[in-house]
Structures are given as structure tokens and as C-alpha cells.
Design a binder for this molecule. Structure first.
Ligand code: HEC
Length: 136
């Protein structure tokens, strides 16, 4: 009788240990960068006006190489999809509440990127495509 209780409790211990999942956490594979549909000449003209009006390059540099007030954007394709960028540009500070990795990736900037709530979704889409097109 006693023996079977011991065996039973050992069995329970083994089962609950196995239930823990154990093992190493599985690293999530980095998603493949989204293919970029190149901007047409007309879209390029439109986006250049947007970039100038919204001073993107003042913080991110003429060739998006980064400045003291904004990070380089050379590798954004590895982290961003067009749809997420459209949301991010609308209100970066708010977006980063649910995506703190953006801040973690870009430490040391005193001022967050400003919101662009007055741009239309189409305008933000053009900006997103422009940024992605220049990234590797
Ligand atoms: C006042 C400076 C400033 C301006 C203007 C600005 N940004 Fe930013 N941007 C930043 C900073 C700083 C970050 C890093 C995140 C943070 O701290 O807000 C950032 C982050 C980004 C990121 C994400 C980078 C990453 O590694 O994930 C993208 C994309 C981006 N900006 C695009 C733009 C575009 C497009 C515009 C113009 C519409 C723009 N930025 C205007 C300062 C700026």
C-alpha cells in the first residue's frame, strides 16, 4: 500500500515536471523582408514634397544615415512592414507603448519622433514605401 503511494506521487512529480514544457525557449525566426514595389516617378515627386514639408531628413539625415536627433534608417526593412510603418508615423510615441522594441533599438535620443496625425493614410503610405525602398 505504502509503496504504491510512493510510486503514485513519483509519477505525479514526473508528469508535472514534463508539463512545464522545459527546454530552451524557441527563438522566433526573423520574418523575410516584405518585397518593395518601387515608387513611380510621380510618386517619388510627391513623396519628396512630403519629406521636405515634414522634415524627416532633418533628423534622419539627407541619405537617412542618421543624425544627433534621429537614427539611421538603413535597416528598417528588417524590422518594419509597410502597414506597421503607416501606423507608426501617425503617432510614434503612442505606437511605442505597445512596441517598446522601437525605443530599445534606438536609445539615446532626447526627443521622440513627432506625431504626424495630420497626414492622410495615403501620404503616410508613400512615406513608408519611400523609407522601405531606401533600406536594405
Ligand atoms: C525631430 C526628429 C525626427 C523627425 C522630424 C522624424 N523622425 Fe523618425 N525618428 C526619430 C527618432 C528619435 C526615432 C527613434 C524612436 C524614438 O525615439 O522616437 C525615429 C524613428 C523612426 C523610424 C523607426 C526606426 C527604427 O529603427 O525602427 C522610422 C521609420 C522613422 N523614424 C521615419 C521617419 C519619417 C518618415 C519622418 C518624416 C515623416 C520622420 N521619421 C521624422 C526622430 C525624428
Amino acid at each position: 500500500m505504502k509503496k504504491s503511494i510512493i510510486i503514485l506521487s513519483m509519477l505525479i512529480a514526473v508528469l508535472s515536471f514534463a508539463g512545464c514544457g522545459g527546454g530552451e525557449p524557441v527563438e522566433e525566426a526573423a520574418p523575410e523582408p516584405e518585397p518593395v514595389v518601387p515608387l513611380t516617378a510621380e510618386e517619388l515627386e510627391q513623396v519628396q514634397v512630403l519629406v521636405e514639408d515634414n522634415i524627416c531628413t532633418e533628423c534622419h539625415g539627407e541619405n537617412l544615415e542618421g543624425t544627433e536627433t534621429g537614427p539611421a534608417l538603413a535597416a528598417v526593412r528588417q524590422y518594419w512592414t509597410k502597414d506597421l510603418l503607416i501606423k507608426y508615423i501617425y503617432n510614434p510615441e503612442f505606437f511605442m507603448v505597445s512596441h517598446p522594441e522601437v525605443k530599445r533599438r534606438n536609445p539615446g535620443f532626447d526627443i521622440d519622433m513627432p506625431p504626424y496625425t495630420d497626414l492622410s493614410e495615403d501620404e503616410r503610405r508613400l512615406l513608408a514605401r519611400w523609407v522601405l525602398q531606401q533600406s536594405e
